[in-house]
Each structure stands twice: as structure tokens, then as C-alpha cells.
Unconditional design. Structure first.
Length: 125
């Protein structure tokens, strides 16, 4: 494993909490995934002329539409959760408030993902 601490920090035992680099990388990877997935999702909607309820239902009910939608929104909700986590950790000082908001942030992202999953599966059925 790569050590990102300076020699002085290694001697003192200070430095990273060991999660900042992982958080940074996962946020960038999810952003890169969204750069690919969002245009793909929009192209799929445009190419299948999703302009009314029946065509939308057919697109989201198809295997391709359901998979692209679920993958794109999974990446979006994960990226959203990571971004809001950074904002909460940086700007909220009270530990109890910070913890409550972090839990709420995770529950919100999970709830939105579950709603998306239910909706797409309902349309696919």
C-alpha cells in the first residue's frame, strides 16, 4: 500500500485519517462514469422518441433502457452522496448535527435509489 504521508508526519504519527484519498478517488471515478452514462441515457431517450407515456414505458421497460437507467442513476446517487458528505464534513461543526446529517444523507441516497429501482422494475414487468 502506498504511503502518502511525509517523512516528518510518519515520525510524529500524524497525517491522513486513511479515508480521504479513497473518498477523492471514488468521487472522481463516479464523475467519470457519469460523463459516459448521462449522454448515453439522454441518447437512449432521444433515439427511441420518448415523447409520450407509452413510448416512455416501452423504453424504461426494455432491457437496455432499464439497465442504462439503473446504472446511470446508481452512479448519480452515489456521486451525490459523496459530494454532500464532503460538504457536511467540511461545514458542519457540531458532532451530533454532523452525524445526523451524514445518516440522513445516506438514507436519502438509498431511498432515491430504491424508488428508482422499484419504478424501473414496475415498468419492466
Amino acid at each position: 500500500m502506498t504511503n502518502f504521508r511525509t517523512p516528518k508526519r510518519q515520525v510524529r504519527g500524524l497525517g491522513s485519517a486513511k479515508s480521504g484519498v479513497h473518498h477523492f478517488i471514488t468521487q472522481r471515478v463516479s464523475a467519470l462514469a457519469l460523463i459516459i452514462l448521462v449522454p448515453l441515457f439522454c441518447w437512449g431517450l432521444a433515439a427511441h422518441n420518448v415523447s409520450d407515456y407509452d413510448s416512455a414505458r416501452a423504453w424504461f421497460g426494455s432491457a437496455t433502457g432499464a439497465i442504462v437507467t439503473l446504472i446511470a442513476l446508481t452512479a448519480a446517487f452515489y456521486h451525490m452522496r459523496l459530494g454532500l458528505q464532503t460538504v457536511i464534513e467540511d461545514y458542519i461543526e457540531k458532532p451530533a448535527t454532523k452525524m445526523a446529517l451524514l445518516v440522513l444523507n445516506t438514507l436519502l441516497a438509498a431511498g432515491l435509489w430504491l424508488a428508482t429501482l422499484y419504478s424501473v422494475l414496475k415498468l419492466a414487468a
